[in-house]
Design a protein around this ligand. Structure first.
Ligand code: NI
Length: 161
């Protein structure tokens, strides 16, 4: 496994729409392993392909319950009920803002072998799934921030994605 360089806001790679994964082979598994290592090393809770300059539809998420690998993920259902989230991004270091996200979400994705599965997430996991999937379509949380947080608001903030 190896750490990958995390792309930063301003890099046009972060604004590309990623292509689906079609081959579930060792090359993909290396990317997924590197993504998890890079995410953990940076203390993030999620990382998407474009953040390591890999323009395929892959994300890894770990909100403290183990790594979830999602390949070709799609949102299936979102709750009407929303949450007001503190949000950041490993590609946007030092910036934090408030976003509105569904409080619950259901998504489907393929695992590293190509098998489809479903994930149901609430609160931080729902937020992370939304945030990471948006990366695959070239969207960043800064596009939807409703209120930026000031440095003094950030002391207990640690939900980087
Ligand atoms: Ni992000």
């Amino acid at each position: 496994m190896a750490l990958r360089t995390i792309t930063k806001e301003g890099d046009p790679i972060l604004r590309k729409v990623c292509r689906p994964v079609t081959e579930f082979n060792e090359r993909l598994w290396t990317v997924l392993d590197d993504m998890a290592e890079t995410m953990h090393h940076a203390d993030g809770v999620g990382l998407a392909g474009p953040q390591i300059s890999y323009l395929r539809r892959v994300v890894v998420i770990d909100v403290g319950e183990g790594v979830i690998e999602m390949i070709n993920p799609e949102i299936v259902e979102v709750s009407k009920e929303t949450q007001y989230c503190r949000e950041g991004c490993l590609s946007v270091p030092g910036k934090w803002g408030m976003t509105t996200r569904p409080v619950k979400i259901k998504a489907k994705a393929q695992d590293r072998h190509g098998n489809w599965f479903e994930v149901e997430g609430e609160q931080l996991l729902a937020q992370a799934i939304c945030h990471e999937l948006e990366h695959l379509d070239g969207k960043l949380f800064i596009d939807i921030v409703e209120e930026w947080l000031k440095p003094e608001d950030l002391e207990e903030q640690d939900d980087r994605k």
